[in-house]
Design a protein around this ligand. Structure first.
Ligand SMILES: [Zn+2]
Length: 203
Protein backbone atom coordinates (compact mmCIF):
# COMPACT_ATOMS: atom_id res chain seq x y z
CA UNK A 1 0.00 0.00 0.00
CA UNK A 2 2.93 2.27 0.64
CA UNK A 3 6.68 2.44 0.37
CA UNK A 4 6.75 3.76 3.94
CA UNK A 5 8.72 1.28 6.05
CA UNK A 6 6.61 1.91 9.13
CA UNK A 7 9.37 3.57 11.14
CA UNK A 8 8.77 7.20 12.02
CA UNK A 9 11.96 9.23 11.71
CA UNK A 10 10.81 11.42 14.58
CA UNK A 11 10.86 8.50 17.01
CA UNK A 12 13.83 7.06 18.83
CA UNK A 13 14.12 3.48 17.54
CA UNK A 14 14.50 0.59 19.95
CA UNK A 15 13.86 -2.72 18.19
CA UNK A 16 11.66 -5.37 19.73
CA UNK A 17 11.69 -9.03 18.67
CA UNK A 18 8.05 -9.31 19.73
CA UNK A 19 6.17 -8.84 16.47
CA UNK A 20 5.09 -10.68 13.37
CA UNK A 21 3.43 -9.97 10.04
CA UNK A 22 -0.09 -8.61 9.81
CA UNK A 23 -2.58 -10.91 8.07
CA UNK A 24 -3.52 -8.00 5.80
CA UNK A 25 -0.84 -5.30 5.63
CA UNK A 26 -3.31 -2.85 4.10
CA UNK A 27 -5.79 -3.24 6.97
CA UNK A 28 -4.53 -0.79 9.58
CA UNK A 29 -7.53 1.20 10.74
CA UNK A 30 -7.41 1.42 14.53
CA UNK A 31 -5.17 3.27 16.99
CA UNK A 32 -5.14 1.78 20.49
CA UNK A 33 -4.10 3.91 23.47
CA UNK A 34 -2.62 2.24 26.55
CA UNK A 35 -0.75 3.21 29.68
CA UNK A 36 2.14 1.38 31.26
CA UNK A 37 4.80 1.95 33.91
CA UNK A 38 7.27 -0.45 35.48
CA UNK A 39 7.22 -0.78 38.38
CA UNK A 40 3.62 0.39 38.39
CA UNK A 41 3.51 4.15 39.07
CA UNK A 42 7.28 4.66 38.64
CA UNK A 43 8.25 6.77 35.65
CA UNK A 44 11.50 7.33 33.81
CA UNK A 45 13.15 3.94 34.21
CA UNK A 46 14.37 1.55 31.50
CA UNK A 47 12.05 -1.35 32.32
CA UNK A 48 9.23 -0.73 29.83
CA UNK A 49 11.65 -0.61 26.92
CA UNK A 50 13.44 -3.62 28.37
CA UNK A 51 10.16 -5.54 28.62
CA UNK A 52 9.20 -4.78 25.03
CA UNK A 53 12.65 -5.68 23.77
CA UNK A 54 12.87 -8.93 25.73
CA UNK A 55 15.72 -7.70 27.91
CA UNK A 56 13.96 -7.05 31.21
CA UNK A 57 15.74 -8.01 34.42
CA UNK A 58 13.05 -9.93 36.27
CA UNK A 59 14.95 -9.48 39.51
CA UNK A 60 14.93 -5.69 39.35
CA UNK A 61 11.63 -5.48 41.22
CA UNK A 62 9.49 -8.10 43.02
CA UNK A 63 6.48 -7.20 40.86
CA UNK A 64 8.36 -8.23 37.72
CA UNK A 65 7.98 -11.90 38.61
CA UNK A 66 4.52 -11.70 37.04
CA UNK A 67 6.09 -10.70 33.74
CA UNK A 68 8.13 -13.85 33.29
CA UNK A 69 7.51 -15.49 29.94
CA UNK A 70 5.44 -12.55 28.73
CA UNK A 71 6.15 -11.64 25.12
CA UNK A 72 4.62 -8.24 24.50
CA UNK A 73 5.38 -5.08 22.61
CA UNK A 74 3.88 -1.89 21.37
CA UNK A 75 4.59 0.14 18.30
CA UNK A 76 5.13 3.33 20.28
CA UNK A 77 5.85 4.54 23.80
CA UNK A 78 5.40 8.17 24.84
CA UNK A 79 7.45 9.23 27.84
CA UNK A 80 6.15 11.69 30.43
CA UNK A 81 8.05 14.50 28.68
CA UNK A 82 6.57 13.58 25.31
CA UNK A 83 9.59 11.77 23.91
CA UNK A 84 8.57 9.15 21.39
CA UNK A 85 10.12 5.68 21.23
CA UNK A 86 9.27 3.09 18.58
CA UNK A 87 9.78 -0.66 18.99
CA UNK A 88 7.99 -2.21 16.01
CA UNK A 89 7.39 -0.99 12.47
CA UNK A 90 3.79 0.11 12.16
CA UNK A 91 3.61 -2.06 9.04
CA UNK A 92 4.08 -5.09 11.29
CA UNK A 93 1.88 -6.51 14.03
CA UNK A 94 2.95 -5.59 17.56
CA UNK A 95 1.62 -7.60 20.49
CA UNK A 96 -0.14 -5.00 22.63
CA UNK A 97 -3.88 -5.65 22.70
CA UNK A 98 -4.16 -9.34 23.54
CA UNK A 99 -7.65 -10.81 23.57
CA UNK A 100 -9.74 -7.96 22.25
CA UNK A 101 -12.68 -6.98 20.10
CA UNK A 102 -13.65 -3.81 18.23
CA UNK A 103 -16.93 -3.47 16.34
CA UNK A 104 -17.31 -7.24 16.21
CA UNK A 105 -13.75 -7.86 15.04
CA UNK A 106 -11.50 -9.85 17.33
CA UNK A 107 -7.68 -9.87 17.50
CA UNK A 108 -7.25 -6.11 17.33
CA UNK A 109 -3.48 -6.49 16.99
CA UNK A 110 -4.14 -7.60 13.42
CA UNK A 111 -5.44 -4.21 12.32
CA UNK A 112 -4.26 -1.71 14.92
CA UNK A 113 -1.30 0.41 15.94
CA UNK A 114 -0.54 0.40 19.66
CA UNK A 115 0.64 3.46 21.61
CA UNK A 116 1.67 3.17 25.24
CA UNK A 117 1.66 6.31 27.36
CA UNK A 118 4.03 6.22 30.28
CA UNK A 119 1.60 6.43 33.17
CA UNK A 120 -0.93 4.65 35.27
CA UNK A 121 -4.70 4.61 35.66
CA UNK A 122 -4.37 6.83 38.74
CA UNK A 123 -2.17 9.72 37.56
CA UNK A 124 -3.13 12.46 35.08
CA UNK A 125 -1.10 12.41 31.89
CA UNK A 126 1.23 15.25 30.95
CA UNK A 127 0.29 17.86 28.34
CA UNK A 128 3.48 16.95 26.46
CA UNK A 129 2.13 13.41 26.13
CA UNK A 130 -1.14 14.61 24.60
CA UNK A 131 0.75 16.84 22.19
CA UNK A 132 3.00 13.96 21.20
CA UNK A 133 0.06 11.57 20.86
CA UNK A 134 -1.89 14.02 18.71
CA UNK A 135 1.16 14.68 16.57
CA UNK A 136 1.77 10.97 16.24
CA UNK A 137 -1.85 10.41 15.25
CA UNK A 138 -1.59 13.05 12.55
CA UNK A 139 1.68 11.62 11.29
CA UNK A 140 0.30 8.07 11.17
CA UNK A 141 -2.84 9.19 9.33
CA UNK A 142 -0.60 10.28 6.49
CA UNK A 143 0.49 6.69 5.97
CA UNK A 144 -2.41 4.53 7.17
CA UNK A 145 -6.19 4.58 6.74
CA UNK A 146 -6.86 5.05 10.45
CA UNK A 147 -10.54 5.57 11.19
CA UNK A 148 -10.83 5.01 14.95
CA UNK A 149 -8.99 5.54 18.22
CA UNK A 150 -9.85 3.38 21.19
CA UNK A 151 -8.50 2.79 24.66
CA UNK A 152 -7.32 -0.68 25.58
CA UNK A 153 -10.13 -0.65 28.16
CA UNK A 154 -12.67 -0.26 25.37
CA UNK A 155 -11.51 -3.20 23.26
CA UNK A 156 -10.84 -5.50 26.25
CA UNK A 157 -13.52 -4.50 28.78
CA UNK A 158 -13.43 -6.35 32.08
CA UNK A 159 -9.85 -7.44 31.37
CA UNK A 160 -8.02 -4.14 30.86
CA UNK A 161 -8.50 -0.70 32.43
CA UNK A 162 -5.97 1.44 30.58
CA UNK A 163 -5.52 4.21 29.74
CA UNK A 164 -8.16 4.77 32.42
CA UNK A 165 -10.21 7.66 33.77
CA UNK A 166 -7.19 10.00 33.95
CA UNK A 167 -6.86 10.04 30.17
CA UNK A 168 -8.65 13.14 28.88
CA UNK A 169 -10.22 12.08 25.60
CA UNK A 170 -11.75 15.51 25.04
CA UNK A 171 -8.41 17.28 25.35
CA UNK A 172 -6.83 14.77 22.95
CA UNK A 173 -9.72 15.18 20.50
CA UNK A 174 -9.46 18.96 20.70
CA UNK A 175 -5.79 18.77 19.77
CA UNK A 176 -6.68 16.53 16.83
CA UNK A 177 -9.43 18.90 15.70
CA UNK A 178 -7.14 21.87 15.37
CA UNK A 179 -7.18 23.36 11.92
CA UNK A 180 -5.10 21.56 9.33
CA UNK A 181 -2.74 24.49 9.20
CA UNK A 182 -1.93 23.93 12.86
CA UNK A 183 -1.31 20.21 12.57
CA UNK A 184 2.20 20.50 11.13
CA UNK A 185 3.01 22.36 14.33
CA UNK A 186 1.92 19.34 16.32
CA UNK A 187 4.12 17.05 14.29
CA UNK A 188 6.96 19.53 14.65
CA UNK A 189 6.34 19.51 18.40
CA UNK A 190 7.44 15.89 18.49
CA UNK A 191 10.61 16.84 16.69
CA UNK A 192 11.19 19.62 19.18
CA UNK A 193 10.66 17.29 22.10
CA UNK A 194 13.37 15.02 20.79
CA UNK A 195 15.86 17.72 21.64
CA UNK A 196 15.59 16.78 25.32
CA UNK A 197 16.43 13.16 24.47
CA UNK A 198 19.89 13.42 25.97
CA UNK A 199 18.80 14.79 29.32
CA UNK A 200 19.13 12.49 32.30
CA UNK A 201 15.95 10.64 33.14
CA UNK A 202 14.43 11.15 36.55
CA UNK A 203 13.05 8.10 38.30
ZN1 LIG B 1 -2.96 -1.79 27.53
Amino acid sequence: MTCFDGWLPLAQRYDSPNFDARPDPADITLLVVHNISLPQGCFGGPHVSDLFSGRIDYNADPSFADLRGLKVSSHFFIRRDGRLIQYVSANDRAWHAGRSCFQGREKCNDFSIGVELEGSDLVPFEVAQYVALAGLTVALRRHYPLTDVQGHQHIAPGRKTDPGACFDWVFYQNLLNKKATEQPALVAAIAGLRVVKGLPQSQ
